[in-house]
Ligand binder design. Structure first.
Ligand SMILES: [Zn+2]
Length: 365
């Protein structure tokens, strides 16, 4: 039996909540985390219609990209669409979980899905985030090194891109005098001791600090573990906004427009004048991406595909890079397929349904 909290944990492992924007509200928003999951409905938005769909399908958990509770609620009376959605979910004991900007920011998240839809390869994060990594240095007797390293690796330290179990070490002499109250692993109280130790350096995502430290202290033989924790300014190449990559074959503007319409199922889309060259390098950002305009330009994109561009922002395109606004819903609707993939790969004892409700409030005539 899988509980709601198990599904939440799996999705939060994939897209750590620590990677969401400060303004965001990505978490379990409605429901009892201890309840058993019957069936899950995955969707871009959680509207009243989506809750109705969940009721019809017998789903007691809705996983949505956009948080239904985004602004503070002051009442719950059914006065607004959000309040009605929540009341209906509560009445039918349906939980609602939102996985939002944290899923935008992971390298295998919303933008990776958009790139996959558009056949964009050799991708990298367009605007990697910094200040998300911590370095741990610790000192350990040579003979205990492997055991302690194994423990901190298992807790999430030492991963750099496609490389795991990364560490660096220098062997030297540790010197200490245990007090009369101490219970030393090596040496005697009141007597200065010298021992051969390794100084180990590993890095880890800062949000894993507690688990890494717990693992270190548990596996280390010393009563007092000498260590340094250093916050790094480095960029984390695997976490950030937008994505850039290349089409397998360069396309003419006309071909690219057709490709975009076909792959994203568009009726129409807005764009600036196409560059006077074949389109090969494409930057994307699902949802509102105008804040990445200069990054996309600097990265040499031929086209930047995003949504929610304002009139004056379209003027920021130039002869080298066209701006494309496909619509917010259209750029992110495939996020539900991402939820579907993650959940069906992780769990086999309940069904996951892709919502069939079109939640796009925008119509094209
Ligand atoms: Zn969005």
């Amino acid at each position: 039996m899988t509980k709601i909290k198990d599904v939440v944990r799996a999705l939060e492992q994939y897209a750590p909540p620590a990677y969401q924007e400060a303004y965001d509200n990505a978490l379990l928003q409605v429901g009892d985390p201890e309840a058993t999951v019957n069936r899950v409905l995955v969707t871009l938005d959680c509207t009243e219609e989506v809750v109705e769909e969940a009721i019809e399908r017998g789903c007691n958990l809705i996983v949505a990209h956009h948080p239904v509770i985004f602004k503070a609620l002051k009442s719950l009376t059914g006065r607004t669409p959000v309040e009605r959605t929540l009341l209906k979910a509560l009445k039918h004991q349906i939980a609602i979980f939102a996985c939002h900007t944290n899923l935008d920011h992971v390298h295998n998240g919303v933008n990776a899905k958009l790139c996959e839809k558009l056949g964009i390869e050799n991708t990298r994060i367009l605007a990697p985030k910094s200040n998300l990594l911590t370095k741990l240095e610790f000192f350990v007797p040579v003979e205990d090194t492997e055991k302690v390293l194994e423990a901190v690796h298992a807790a999430g330290a030492g991963q750099i891109g496609e490389y795991t179990d990364c560490s660096f070490r220098i062997t030297g002499t540790g010197r200490f005098t245990p007090s009369s109250q101490a219970n030393p692993h090596i040496g005697q109280t009141g007597k200065t001791e010298e021992t051969i130790e390794n100084r180990i350096e590993v890095i880890f995502p800062s949000f894993k600090q507690n688990q890494v430290m717990r693992a270190l202290l548990k596996a280390h033989p010393y009563e007092e573990v000498a260590h340094f924790l250093i916050e790094l300014e480095n960029e984390n190449q695997e976490v950030g906004a937008g994505m850039i990559g290349e089409l397998e074959t360069a396309l003419t503007a006309e071909e690219f427009a057709q490709h975009l319409k076909k792959q994203l199922n568009l009726i129409t889309f807005k764009h600036t004048a196409w560059p006077d060259k074949l389109i090969k390098k494409v930057a994307v950002c699902g949802g509102a991406g105008s804040f990445l305009l200069s990054k996309a330009k600097a990265a040499g994109a031929d086209v930047f595909v995003t949504a929610d561009l304002k009139y004056h922002e379209f003027f920021e395109a130039n002869s080298k890079m066209a701006l494309v606004d496909v619509g917010h819903y259209e750029s992110e609707v495939y996020t539900k397929e991402l939820f579907y993939d993650i959940l069906t790969k992780t769990f086999s004892n309940f069904a996951v349904d892709l919502s069939a409700t079109n939640t796009n409030p925008v119509r094209h005539s």
